[in-house]
Ligand binder design. Structure first.
Ligand code: HEC
Length: 137
C-alpha cells in the first residue's frame, strides 16, 4: 500500500515537472526528432538567389555528395558501404524544418556516419547548403 502511494506520488511529481517546463524546452520536429533548444526556431534568412544557390552547390558537391549523391538521392559513391545508408535528402527536406536541417548538419547524427559540420563549414555555408538542398525534387 505504501509502495503504491510512493509510486503514484512519483508519477504526479513527474507530470508536474514536465507541465512546468520553461519556454525554451526542446521542440519536437515533424519527424519525431527532438531539436535541442539552442537550435529551436532557427530559420534560413538567405534569399534563394542564384549566388546563394551557386555557393550552396559548390559546398554540397565538395562536402555532401560523396554520400548523399549529386541530386540528393542517397546514392553517392561512398554510400554503398554505409549502414544506415545516407538520408535521401530529396525526400527528407520536404518534411524537415530549417531548424532540423541546420541542427543535423551542424551536429551530425549519433550512430551514423553523418558527422557534424560546424567545425568545417561556417553558419553561412550551412544555410547556403540548405538553400541548395531545398531545390532537390
Ligand atoms: C560520410 C557520408 C556522409 C556525408 C559526407 C554527409 N552525410 Fe548526411 N547523412 C549520412 C548518413 C549515413 C545519415 C543518416 C541516415 C539515417 O539516419 O538513416 C545522414 C543524414 C543526414 C540528414 C538527415 C538527418 C536526420 O535527421 O535523419 C541530413 C539533413 C544530412 N545528412 C545532410 C548532409 C549534408 C548537408 C552534408 C554535407 C554538408 C552531409 N549530410 C554529409 C551520411 C553522410
Amino acid at each position: 500500500m505504501k509502495k503504491n502511494f510512493v509510486f503514484i506520488f512519483a508519477i504526479g511529481l513527474m507530470t508536474l515537472i514536465s507541465a512546468c517546463g520553461d519556454t525554451q524546452a526542446p521542440s519536437e520536429d515533424t519527424t519525431g526528432s527532438v531539436i535541442p533548444s539552442g537550435y529551436v526556431g532557427k530559420t534560413n534568412s538567405l534569399a534563394s538567389s542564384s549566388d546563394v544557390l551557386t555557393e550552396g552547390k559548390t559546398v554540397y558537391e565538395k562536402t555532401c555528395s560523396a554520400c548523399h549523391g549529386l541530386t540528393g538521392l542517397g546514392d553517392g559513391p561512398a554510400s554503398i558501404s554505409l549502414i544506415p545508408p545516407p538520408a535521401i535528402l530529396a525526400d527528407f527536406h520536404k518534411t524537415a524544418d530549417d531548424e532540423l536541417l541546420f541542427w543535423r548538419i551542424s551536429e551530425g547524427k549519433d550512430g551514423t556516419s553523418m558527422v557534424g559540420w560546424k567545425t568545417v563549414l561556417t553558419e553561412d555555408q550551412i544555410w547556403k547548403v540548405i538553400s541548395y538542398v531545398r531545390t532537390f525534387d
